[in-house]
Design a protein around this ligand. Structure first.
Ligand SMILES: *Cc1c(COP(=O)(O)O)cnc(C)c1O
Length: 356
């Protein structure tokens, strides 16, 4: 298969690097590819960014058979374009596809198509410190049909969005809210797939958290409503008594690539790191005994998100005096230095994108 390229006749004006937010500006071109049972994945093409016309009965609109990924392209000081662990994103994308009965795709082919798209859109990769080009691969069910079954046809697309620094005013701790009332996912469900429905399931609790003055929900497991799973749409880490702890992957937790990177770096630095069950009671108790040193989230958008305050029931605890802790700082700097080519990539996480 070869990617057909159609260039946009008219290019959009590009935004100023300094005023970038998240996810509302899109580049001139996108990647598209279709699936049907006769041809498999076919007609891969890079073409002008455009709306997708669909029948009102299109299955994705009714039954939510949709998966996505999120990764970033970075501009280094020397002008190179770097992707961070993109093969891991496409591997996870195929695992999500499998979980939602969506046909799998050729990962090497799609990575190559993404690189071609990035070269065409290279002027859209912002240069200011902390900025990047966010990449959103998506697959949606396209059959116009109201019966409940897996679709027979699909659309695969990749869109690109220049995004600003996540911490324009400096690295800032957030306040999180733990609740027994809502759950994001349960074991045996779709928690470990990156699928739209998990986000729909998280909105109500997110709004409740906001009403209480908190930015993210700390999700507890669906069965005991006791064991910690994730925070907002990030994985979570605790530093207790110099041990770095993150909930083990149990089927309802999304296996984050940033999570995996934090664990790998901790092991390389010979720090004590454990993937295990951790309950909200353990967190509250270790705080009371003075052993809870840090809490932070991990994910592509923020990389590391330090937590300064946690509310659970009528208890409110302050972590590390509401300040960014040394571990959160260390992981944030190590990962972003690799992403922006400021340090040697000894882990082989960088995939350079170069003009052919
Ligand atoms: C994407 C995502 C994460 C973070 O994964 P990264 O690969 O680190 O970006 C964590 N939790 C949920 C629910 C997610 O959707």
């Amino acid at each position: 298969m070869r990617v057909t390229i159609t260039k946009a006749a008219k290019l959009k004006p590009q935004p100023d690097d300094s005023g970038l937010g998240f996810g509302s500006i899109f580049t001139d071109h996108m990647f598209n590819m279709d699936y049907n049972p006769e041809k498999g994945w076919h007609n891969p093409r890079i073409e002008p960014y455009a709306s997708i016309e669909m029948d009102p009965a299109t299955m994705v609109l009714h039954y939510g058979q949709a998966i996505f990924e999120g990764l970033k392209a970075f501009r280094t000081d020397s002008g190179n374009i770097y992707l961070f662990r993109p093969k891991d994103n496409f591997k996870r994308f195929n695992r999500s596809a499998h979980a939602l009965c969506i046909p799998e795709f050729d990962e090497d082919f799609v990575l190559d198509a993404l690189k071609q798209l990035l070269i065409i859109e290279k002027d859209w990769i912002p240069k200011a410190s902390g900025t990047s080009l966010y990449i959103r691969p998506t697959i949606i069910a396209m059959d116009p049909f109201l019966g409940v079954r897996a679709s027979h046809t699909y659309r695969f697309f990749i869109i690109l969005s220049p995004v600003g620094a996540y911490y324009p005013e400096g690295f800032n701790p957030v306040k999180i809210w733990a609740t027994k009332k809502h759950v994001r996912a349960v074991r045996g469900g779709l928690g470990e797939a990156k699928t739209s429905g998990n986000y729909a399931a998280s909105l109500y609790a997110g709004e409740e958290a906001h009403k209480h003055g908190y930015t993210q929900v700390l999700w507890l497991d669906g069965i005991h409503r006791q064991y910690i799973e994730e925070v907002g749409s990030m994985n979570i880490f605790f530093v207790i008594n110099d041990e770095i702890i993150t909930p083990m992957l149990n089927g309802s937790i999304l296996p984050g690539i940033t999570r995996n990177s934090v664990i790998a770096l901790a092991k390389m630095w010979n720090l004590k790191v454990s993937e295990r069950q951790i309950s909200i009671d353990e967190v509250i108790n270790t705080h009371s005994s003075g052993k809870l040193q840090e809490i932070f989230g991990s994910g592509t958008a923020a990389v590391i998100s330090p937590v300064g305050e946690l509310k659970y029931g009528d208890k409110v605890i302050t972590i590390n005096n509401g300040k960014v802790g040394p571990m959160a700082n260390k992981f944030f700097n190590a990962i972003t230095d690799i992403q922006y080519g400021k340090t040697e990539d000894t882990m082989e996480w960088i995939e350079p994108v170069s003009e052919i």
